[in-house]
Design a protein around this ligand. Structure first.
Ligand code: SF4
Length: 368
């Protein structure tokens, strides 16, 4: 079952945002949940850090605050691998779901489930970015430091973002999720400028590594519904985990996707195998005792992350490339963080990746 903040048992609210009009509806939603007004994040950090398992504790403590930095920022890709030129819209951090491989477990010290409520500043900055028609800012997503849709249905943010992007023709918003919290998206004036995206995996990996996420069938049913509501779609196979029988299982997921939705409406499909900073290994071993995902044939990559030995990655990617060619020959598929050799041996191209994805957004979403 998807977890979307229903497990939150404590709220912290920064005193300088308590009177924001975005805050009261959230407090109403969490009526009865103990709420502390604080002067900065220190009490939240202390509370989380003092827990036996700070990562689990952080998933149940919601902190409403202001984003004091930029809302729109470049995705932190690495120089060594082909990067897609994505922009992040920074709406909050961390997640209520619990995937063994989640990089956010090791990214924040300690992790804090914070939702930024200074939406006036967010939309002022977004207006500037969209009005500038900067050719380098064509694809913007909220699902980098959090899941895009856990904040539904009480925040109302997706509603406002979808309609803001619907009023322009230069860029697309991508909302990426493992939830099925789509109820608020019906009847919005999206103008096909919001791509509804799902991270997908094999039923085996979802069952064993993705606690509290929606099952694959539910994600695909939600995607089909969004397609019926006129939204373009995207799918992300990331992280792909290598285990006995994985190739057939991943190919089957490709087949299932196109039993639910039409390839012409899919803006892109990304592929990325499991990779991790060495710090994450101990976290996974402690928090997910039965998980075996860190015990594969891994080698350090150019960015210091552990990656599967390259021939293993290429073998899995070649199977996926063949399946995608069969079921969705026109759909853009790409790698998140792979090198030229992997591109060449899997897709027979070494593309200008940002241009490839911009072109897909033009074709599928009608951006100019
Ligand atoms: S859904 Fe995404 S953000 Fe949430 S725990 Fe899983 S990997 Fe992390």
């Amino acid at each position: 079952m998807t977890s979307t903040l229903k497990n939150v048992h404590t709220l912290y609210v920064d005193q300088d945002v308590r009177d924001f009009d975005t805050v009261q509806p959230i407090l109403d939603h969490f009526k009865g949940v103990p709420c502390h007004i604080v002067d900065g994040p220190t009490p939240v950090f202390r509370r989380v850090a003092s827990a036996k398992d700070p990562i689990s504790a952080a998933k149940e403590i919601l902190y409403l605050t202001r984003n004091k930095g930029a809302f729109v920022r470049k995705c932190p890709g690495t120089r060594e691998y082909t990067c897609c030129g994505y922009q992040i819209l920074h709406i909050g951090t961390f997640c209520t779901m619990d995937c063994s491989y989640c990089v956010l477990q090791a990214y924040f010290h300690p992790p804090v489930l914070q939702f930024f409520v200074n939406h006036r500043e967010l939309f002022d900055e977004l207006d500037q970015v969209l009005d500038s028609r900067n050719p380098e800012i064509r694809r913007i997503g909220t699902g980098e430091f959090t899941d895009s849709m856990i904040w539904e249905p009480w925040s109302g943010l997706s509603h406002k973002l979808v309609e803001r992007f619907g009023r322009q023709d230069h860029a697309v918003l991508e909302l990426k999720s493992k939830t099925v919290n789509i109820r608020g998206l019906d009847q919005l004036d999206h103008n096909r400028k919001t791509i509804m995206a799902w991270s997908v995996n094999t039923p085996e990996i979802i069952a064993t590594q993705e606690r509290n996420t929606a099952p694959l069938q539910a994600r695909l049913a939600a995607a089909a519904k969004c397609e019926a509501w006129g939204y373009p779609l995207a799918f992300h196979f990331d992280p792909m985990v290598i285990y006995p029988g994985c190739e057939q299982d991943y190919v089957k997921v490709v087949e299932q996707i196109f039993e639910h939705v039409s390839p012409e409406n899919v803006a892109w499909i990304s592929l990325g195998t499991f990779r991790f900073m060495p710090d994450l290994k101990a976290i996974i071993e402690t928090r997910f005792e039965n998980s075996k995902i860190v015990y594969g044939e891994f080698v350090p990559g150019l960015d210091n992350k552990m990656r599967y030995f390259k021939p293993l990655r290429i073998k899995l990617f070649q199977a996926m490339a063949a399946a995608l060619k069969k079921h969705a020959p026109q759909t853009t598929a790409y790698f998140c963080m792979e090198d030229e050799e992997v591109w060449r041996k899997s897709f027979q191209i070494t593309p200008d990746l940002p241009a490839l994805l911009d072109h897909s957004a033009q074709r599928v979403c009608g951006i100019l």
